[in-house]
Design a protein around this ligand. Structure first.
Ligand code: NAD
Length: 261
């Protein structure tokens, strides 16, 4: 049996592509390959040229600057979505940030400012994006974000970002409950450690990455492409019965307590 995903006639907004290594880009590549029309938002003008390079020669794409923590930017972004598409079938949230100081020291020393920044950027922006998108979402629409297993178990130095991911996972369930009656699904993908710009800002990420590789029962790391494929499942009709879930794509790294050999 051959199953192919056809998203022609569907529309998507992908928030948080910084470069070709971004997990948001791995998801966007799957959406584009399936024939979806995709709009992209980027945080600041510094990131525009990288995104433009990725999109050279692609049809049906557009970009807009939007800091996800700015109400003004979010209003302008979703006004653009309405103008470009009229409606929205797919929303991808691939955004996270915590001040470096909050990830260098002890968790107990987290300042209120750093806590507020991390949770605002990494968790609240999903709620804000869902609220702005809601009037444009049709029955069958689907929202996906990215989380990490540090929400469930202590990962050294992940600190306040782990709390933000726990909030994101809980927010996913509450958003799924609010939007479910309209036929809109909300899920989050828990990705294994992958070498991206955001990951490089985590102190000791190299050790974390190596340990994940040793623990993974598939004997290798999961790949961004595999994140993209799980997202395609969740964002298409294949995932039509799945909502409110945290789904792992980490080659089994999170199910072990130590390397198997
Ligand atoms: P990335 O650096 O490529 O993407 C992070 C994006 O967040 C960037 O595009 C950045 O501009 C954007 N961003 C940060 N603050 C923003 C703001 N205020 N407004 C708008 N955009 C903002 O790194 P990535 O690893 O692809 O991260 C994407 C998601 O995947 C994040 O939620 C991250 O926590 C998650 N994740 C990553 C890994 C990993 O190992 N790389 C593992 C699990 C989950």
């Amino acid at each position: 049996m051959t199953v192919s995903v056809d998203l022609s006639g569907k529309t998507a907004l992908v928030m948080g592509v910084a470069n070709a290594r971004s997990l948001g880009w791995a998801i966007a590549e799957q959406l584009l390959a399936a024939g979806c029309r995709v709009g992209f938002s980027y945080q600041g003008e510094r990131l525009k040229s990288e995104l433009d390079k990725l999109l050279v020669g692609r049809e049906g794409v557009w970009t807009q600057q939007a800091d996800a923590t700015s109400e003004e930017d979010m209003t302008a972004l979703f006004t653009r979505v309405r103008e470009e598409f009229g409606h929205l079938d797919i929303l991808v949230h691939s955004i996270a940030f915590a001040p470096r100081a909050a990830m260098e020291g002890r968790f107990v020393d987290t300042t209120a400012d750093d806590w507020n920044t991390a949770l605002n950027v990494s968790a609240y922006t999903l709620v804000s994006a869902a609220r702005h998108a809601e009037p444009l979402l049709r029955e069958g629409a689907s929202i996906v974000s990215l989380t990490y297993h540090a929400s469930q178990q202590v990962v050294p130095k992940y600190n306040v970002m782990a709390v933000a991911k726990a909030a994101l996972e809980a927010a996913t369930r509450y958003l799924a409950a609010d939007l479910g009656p309209a036929g809109v699904r909300v899920n989050t993908i828990s990705a294994g450690a992958m070498r991206t710009v955001a990951a490089r800002s985590i102190p000791g990420f190299g050790n974390l990455y190596d340990e994940a590789g040793r623990r993974a029962v598939l004997g290798r790391h999961a790949t961004p492409e595999e994140v993209g494929k799980l997202a395609l499942f969740l964002l298409s009709d294949l995932g039509s019965g799945v909502t409110g879930q945290t789904m792992y794509v980490d080659a089994g790294a999170s199910i072990t307590t130590m390397p198997l050999q």
